[in-house]
Design a protein around this ligand. Structure first.
Ligand code: CTP
Ligand code: CA
Length: 224
């Protein structure tokens, strides 16, 4: 009991966090990306660390400064992220905050694509592995608690509830990324926690506060 008080409620627990965008190469100089800054994932890793967890942080090429006191694994592509995540198992809990590119170019050009008069390049896409769904449905080594994110517009709760069922994860933190909310790229987040108990609306708060609240909930779930 004393050790737990000193070291925090997640002492002895190993938790994985994915964060940031992925970059999917087109050719040696070009890539497909998205706007994820990595801010929310980084804050979650720091909050879990603050509760005493041993954190493995798998991050794509994100802007946000890397959190201290955690194991940082840098990756570029969705396929590299998947490999790093599987290699980090087993963990007690996993939080998938990365904005993984849904598609990559089917055949990466090993030489730079050159301009040709009168011809435009055509890129063919193929789907990336769904890392969250794969980990949530692992027959063995599934983390006790698997948490995903869902950035949605329109009926956020309905979309996120369907996504939770489709992926097989325990919780989804859903947020409304409609331009009118001003959430995308800002300091705040407004999320709804979807679990088997339904939808719990959290008030709009700083991303660091969302992270602290999520870390607290993870600690409670792992202690139960
Ligand atoms: N995710 C993942 N691997 C992917 C795509 C998404 O691990 N290839 C994870 C994200 O980290 C997030 C969750 O799945 O935790 C939901 O991501 P999202 O993009 O909202 O879901 P998709 O299934 O890709 O559906 P869509 O983009 O069409 O809404
Ligand atoms: Ca997606």
């Amino acid at each position: 009991v004393r050790a737990a008080l000193v070291a925090g409620p997640l002492a002895g627990k190993r938790v994985l966090v994915t964060s940031g965008p992925t970059h999917e190469p087109i050719d040696p100089v070009r890539y497909i990306a998205n706007r994820s800054s990595g801010a929310q994932g980084t804050a979650i890793a720091a909050a879990l660390r603050d509760l005493g967890a041993q954190v493995v942080f798998v991050t794509g090429p994100a802007q946000a400064a890397r959190p201290e006191g955690v194991e940082v694994i840098e990756v570029e592509t969705a396929r590299q992220m998947r490999a790093a995540v599987l290699a980090a198992l087993p963990v007690d809990a996993a939080v998938f905050a990365a904005a993984v590119a849904d598609w990559r170019v089917a055949s990466e050009h090993l030489s730079k694509i050159k301009k040709t008069k009168g011809a435009l390049p055509v890129l063919e896409f193929t789907e990336n592995p769904d890392i969250l769904a794969e980990v949530a449905q692992l027959p063995e080594a599934r983390p006790r608690l698997v948490v995903g994110f869902a950035a949605e517009t329109d009926d956020v709760v309905a979309h996120a509830t369907a996504k939770r069922a489709r992926k097989g994860c325990d919780w989804i933190l859903a947020n409304d990324v409609s331009p009118a909310t001003g959430i995308m790229g800002g300091p705040d987040n407004a999320v709804v926690l979807i679990s088997d108990e339904g939808a719990e609306v959290w008030p709009r708060m700083a991303k660091a506060e969302v992270a602290a609240r999520l870390a607290q909930r993870i600690a409670e779930a792992l202690m139960a």
